[in-house]
Write a protein that binds this ligand. Structure first.
Ligand code: ACO
Length: 355
């Protein structure tokens, strides 16, 4: 049966390394706190004015396309997953098409807003398009320029220390080989706790969810005009234009959903945890990955972690880690690779593929 395989993969991380000690200089944090809670030692930040989510995505995409052995013009569909787009709209899909110089191809471009699960969602969408015979060369990119949208004061330290910039991309093509490519994908979401990990402003909510929760109306909304409800001075001054996260709540949900969705994928493919050659978990937090590894009874050589060097690069973390693992020879032809993600929404998902 027709399904998708990854024919080319690439990643790009910016040159600028930001260590925990560098962050100590701008906020009240310590290398020890960050390493102990998250495992992160350093992350990369894009070059100011010169790099964006789109440009990093284009660099990763160029490598993936070259490795697939096709020309850029042959890409017939683009999927771009990010939570840190260059513009509120239009999305990075069309921007990367322009950056790659392939606007003449008029290939479709789709933007995915599923945060940490964006790449797994994108993989599933690409697989469905390929299974239906609609497209033959689907470019899937996950990229983030978090550094532009973080609070570098002590107020934002619980979130800011976790995230880093980077991009990963894959070029997907059809195959009928049952021993190659995507075997299955599983996608889930539950919006009950949407605001537990969110970037709310600017936004068109106008205080709606605050009212629904029965909390006092903030002056920022009651006195504001329609336009000011989207973004106003009060939001800026009070730091409400930065991401918020209930870390402990996210942690508890993540360690429950990661194993669940991995087991679901394995069961549907009649496989077990002992069949996994390499698990590439979204690099949310080293402690989460270690918990999942223990729960599934996997050895260290069956799990790839690189959050120590890149931090959490959200939609980019899985393709960066997968590409690194392949380049290191840790994923070989025929290996069963399991990808899994959990993030804001909450959304989560998994994919099983035969390399
Ligand atoms: N440096 C020093 N102290 C800090 C920092 C920091 N960077 N951040 C928070 N603290 C302080 C807090 O202010 C608090 O101080 P207090 O006790 O005096 O009030 C104390 O540390 C404990 O804060 P908590 O938020 O309770 O810390 P916790 O032990 O939960 O660790 C963390 C926070 C690392 C975010 C943890 O909750 C976690 O890993 N959660 C999972 C969330 C996650 O991984 N998110 C990634 C993005 S989502 C995703 O990709 C799935």
């Amino acid at each position: 049966m027709l399904h998708a395989k990854i024919s080319g993969i690439g990643y790009y991380v910016p040159e600028k390394v930001v260590t925990n000690n560098d962050l100590e200089k701008v906020m009240d944090t310590t290398d020890e706190w960050i390493q102990e809670r998250t495992g992160i030692q350093e992350r990369r930040y894009g070059k100011k004015h010169l790099e964006t989510t789109t440009t990093m995505g284009a660099r990763a995409a160029t490598i993936a396309i070259e490795r697939a052995g096709i020309s850029k013009e042959e890409v017939d569909f683009i999927i771009f997953a990010t939570l840190s787009p260059d513009y509120y709209f239009p999305g990075c899909g069309v921007l990367v098409q322009r950056e790659l110089g392939i606007t003449q191809s008029e290939a479709g471009a789709l933007d995915i807003r599923n945060q940490c699960s964006g790449f797994v969602y994108g993989l599933s969408i690409a697989d469905q398009f390929i299974r239906s015979g609609m497209y033959k060369n689907v470019l899937l990119i996950g990229a983030e320029m978090h550094s532009m949208g973080l609070d570098f004061s002590t107020r934002g330290r619980n979130v800011t220390v976790i995230f880093g910039d980077g991009a990963g991309a894959v070029l997907l093509q059809p195959t009928e080989d049952p021993d190659k490519g995507i075997l299955t994908t599983k996608l889930h979401s539950d919006g009950t706790f949407a605001e537990k990990l969110a970037f709310e402003n600017p936004g068109a909510h106008g205080g709606y969810h605050l009212d629904k929760r029965g909390e006092a109306h903030d002056l920022q909304y009651s006195d504001a005009t329609y336009g000011e409800m989207f973004i106003n001075e009060h939001m800026i001054q009070s730091g409400q234009i930065f991401p918020v996260m209930d870390g402990q709540f996210v942690f508890k949900m993540a360690v429950q959903k990661f194993p669940e969705v991995i087991m679901e994928a394995l069961a549907s493919a009649n496989l077990t945890t002992s069949d996994i050659d390499m698990l590439i978990p979204h690099q949310a937090n080293l402690r989460i990955s270690q918990f999942v590894q223990r729960k599934l009874g996997l050895r260290d050589d069956q799990v790839w972690n690189n959050i120590q060097r890149y931090g959490n690069t959200t939609a980019a973390s899985i393709p960066i880690a997968l590409c690194e693992a392949i380049e290191a020879g840790a994923v070989k032809p025929g290996d069963l690779v399991c990808l899994a993600a959990f993030g804001s929404g909450f959304t989560w998902g998994s994919a099983l593929l035969r390399w």
